[in-house]
Design a protein around this ligand. Structure first.
Ligand SMILES: [Zn+2]
Ligand SMILES: [Zn+2]
Length: 268
């Protein structure tokens, strides 16, 4: 299994001299098993996957969404395969959220927010809604979901073949107790990434915003005994230096942890 991190930032794309090392594209990860691929979320990082796909032979793609906040869908209207009738694009969502993906995309891509609408895409687009407990087979990859607390609803996603990768963003933890269903979902995964927008010191003043901390991510990863833990969904103003410092502290708690960065490719 190979992972390509097209976007690792949370909430807002960023680009400053202090965002060179880790990047500023929002959430988008490609999971590959041989020639098969599933993409988790369509944040601004999706643009770069689209450019790469226009150079290759693949004409169909499956994108699974954790939820439909703008930082997770904003790459879609700039995803070049959508403007080419040779492509088939399946957009998957799981469980119930405040709206369906087609409703959310329909309102995002409408006046006065955006100049083009869903009807302007040329690709064959399919919205595929799955039950929360569905097991979806995409080539050699099996995808499943786990509901996690986040305003409007969100789901952690897992891709499994011989290896397994858990994508758990966006979610707010409860300091009074652990999220046991998420620990069970992550248990034994070769790698997990988690919503590490804040640190524990900032968390109290950001309750109700729907996000968690890198320390909580490490605690979950240790409890679930995951092989490697990736700090993900970085707060927009986290600089390279701040993220390097977080990485060093996280590795003191769990040596197999690291801060995810844009364009990173990892073989599991
Ligand atoms: Zn987000
Ligand atoms: Zn969100």
């Amino acid at each position: 299994m190979q992972l390509v991190f097209w976007g690792t930032r949370g909430s807002l794309p960023m680009n400053t001299p202090n965002h060179r090392l880790f990047g500023g594209n929002t959430s988008c990860i490609g999971v590959h098993e041989g020639d098969d691929m599933v993409v988790f979320d369509g944040g601004s990082g999706l643009i770069h996957l689209g450019s790469e796909m226009m150079q290759g032979d693949r004409t169909d793609i499956d994108i699974c969404f954790s939820h439909f906040h703008s930082d997770h869908i904003c790459g879609l209207p700039f995803f070049k395969p959508l403007f080419d009738s040779a492509f088939s694009v399946r957009l998957h969502s799981f469980g119930t959220n405040d709206a369906t993906l087609s409703e959310a995309m329909g309102s995002y891509l409408s006046s006065p927010i955006f100049p083009i609408g869903l009807d302007d895409f040329k690709a064959n687009i399919e919205f595929v809604e799955h039950d929360a407990d569905a097991r979806v087979t995409i080539g050699a990859l099996n995808v499943s979901a786990c509901a996690i607390p986040h305003p409007g609803g969100a789901h952690a996603l897992k891709a499994a073949s011989e290896k397994s990768f858990v994508y758990a963003t966006d979610t707010e933890h409860d300091p009074q107790g652990v999220n046991q269903s998420l620990i069970d979902f992550m248990r034994g995964a070769d790698m997990a990434v988690y919503d590490c927008t804040y640190d524990d010191g900032e968390f109290d003043t950001r309750r109700g915003w729907g996000h968690s901390t890198w320390q909580e991510g490490v605690r979950l990863a240790l409890a679930a005994q995951v092989g490697q833990f990736g700090i993900f969904h970085h707060e927009p103003e986290r600089s390279d230096d701040m993220l390097l410092a977080i990485e060093a502290q996280a590795q003191d708690m769990m040596p197999q942890s690291f801060v995810t960065r844009d364009y990173m490719r990892i073989e599991l």
